[in-house]
Design a protein around this ligand. Structure first.
Ligand code: WQD
Length: 340
């Protein structure tokens, strides 16, 4: 099988995708600047698959370095591009850092990719491009709405840059995967989510609270127009999400794509409220969680869950894990890294 570059390959979703690529027999090269990940993740990947991917610590903002990397790897057959900053709140405070780190890097990678004989590209996008969609579940035809944050805007702009490039670069084919809410960890508990500092996302905050690192989980709003008043999201196991990247890449490598640029929503198709996630955690862990109701968080949408029909039928892919499976894997990982 061919050589695949995974940028951001030591990150949460990137590392799980590297494992699934190796399981399928691909040769993997990872680029990561280690700004939001650890070199230890490489050992975790090796412990799972028995194969150590080639790793290059490289800041993709450094264009000359990117160019010299690709000179050494002209045999790359595809790129899965995860490398980006992804904290919504941070992007509001520091927009230029987000535009530089998420957009410049994408342009430099695409400039090199389009010079290769095989230019297959999988882009890490997000359901955030839909904002608060009007209709649930959300299909790929739902309108892209004005971004609620610079982070979300970088995903929208990124998709447009890729689409424009596919129109003119003869060898290029691309797929944007619009993730819903990735959670959980590899069942081996050798890789998982490693949020730096105070977790912004729900599930790592839950597991860190249960592990005693945080005192109490704040539920951001219980007055939303939902059955229990808390926001609804589509929580997908990170291994299911990783597998979606492999089938999307194979679609391009095998020329099964229907257009040079395609988008797919990647979720479970099931919406779960914040309180339902808490109940799931208590059910699978047997731990009573300390939480309290708190004011709404700026920028949160009320509901977002995927219509997965297109990914199911076109990619032949379906999420397998339930919310309980995913939350349990997150808890096993937390206990592993805290030696609980
Ligand atoms: C989920 C729900 C919160 C923390 C974000 C990005 C998205 C993607 C996934 C990168 C919301 C509530 C959370 C807490 C809470 N990131 N919550 N207390 O905001 O849906 O999506 O992460 O690709 O692009 O936007 O995920 O986990 O932050 O929040 O009540 O301490 O949990 O209000 O309703 P979100 P989240």
């Amino acid at each position: 099988m061919g050589k695949i570059l995974v940028t951001g390959g030591l990150g949460f979703i990137g590392s799980h995708t590297v494992v699934e690529l190796q399981n399928e027999g691909f040769e993997v090269v990872i680029i990561d600047d280690l700004s939001n990940s650890s070199i230890d993740v490489l050992n975790g990947i090796t412990a799972i698959t028995g194969k150590t991917p080639v790793f290059e610590k490289l800041d993709l903002k450094d264009k000359p370095k990117v160019q010299s990397f690709f000179k050494k790897h002209q045999d790359i057959e595809g790129i899965i591009h995860f490398a980006a900053s992804k904290a919504v709140g941070e992007s509001v405070q520091n927009p230029l850092m987000y535009y530089e780190n998420n957009i410049n890097t994408l342009v430099y990678v695409l400039q090199e990719l389009t010079g290769l004989p095989k230019a297959n590209f999988i882009f890490s996008s997000s359901c955030t491009v839909y904002g608060q969609a009007d209709v649930m579940p959300i299909t790929e035809n739902a309108p892209v709405k004005p971004a609620e944050s610079p982070y979300g805007n970088t995903k929208q702009i990124g998709e447009e840059i890729i689409q424009d490039t596919c129109k003119v670069a003869p060898s290029m084919k691309a797929i944007s995967l619009r993730y819903f809410n990735p959670i959980g960890a590899h069942p081996s508990a050798k890789i998982g989510e490693l949020p730096l500092g105070v977790p912004q996302n729900l599930v790592p905050f839950i597991t860190q609270t249960a592990a005693g690192l945080r005192d109490c989980l704040s539920v951001f709003g219980d007055d939303y127009p939902t059955p229990d008043g808390t926001c609804i999201r589509d929580y997908i196991h990170v291994v299911d999400l990783a597998k979606a990247h492999v089938v999307a890449l194979q679609r391009l490598l095998n020329n099964e794509h229907k257009a040079n640029y395609e988008t797919f929503n990647v979720g479970t198709g099931v919406g779960s409220s914040v309180l339902e996630v808490i109940q799931s955690f208590e059910r699978v862990s047997g731990v009573s969680l300390n939480y309290k109701m708190a004011p709404r968080r700026e920028g949160d949408v009320t509901k977002a869950y995927a219509d997965t029909t297109k990914a199911n039928s076109e990619l032949g892919w379906q999420a397998k894990s339930t919310l309980d499976d995913s939350v349990q894997s997150a808890w096993l990982w937390e206990k592993e890294i805290r030696n609980l």
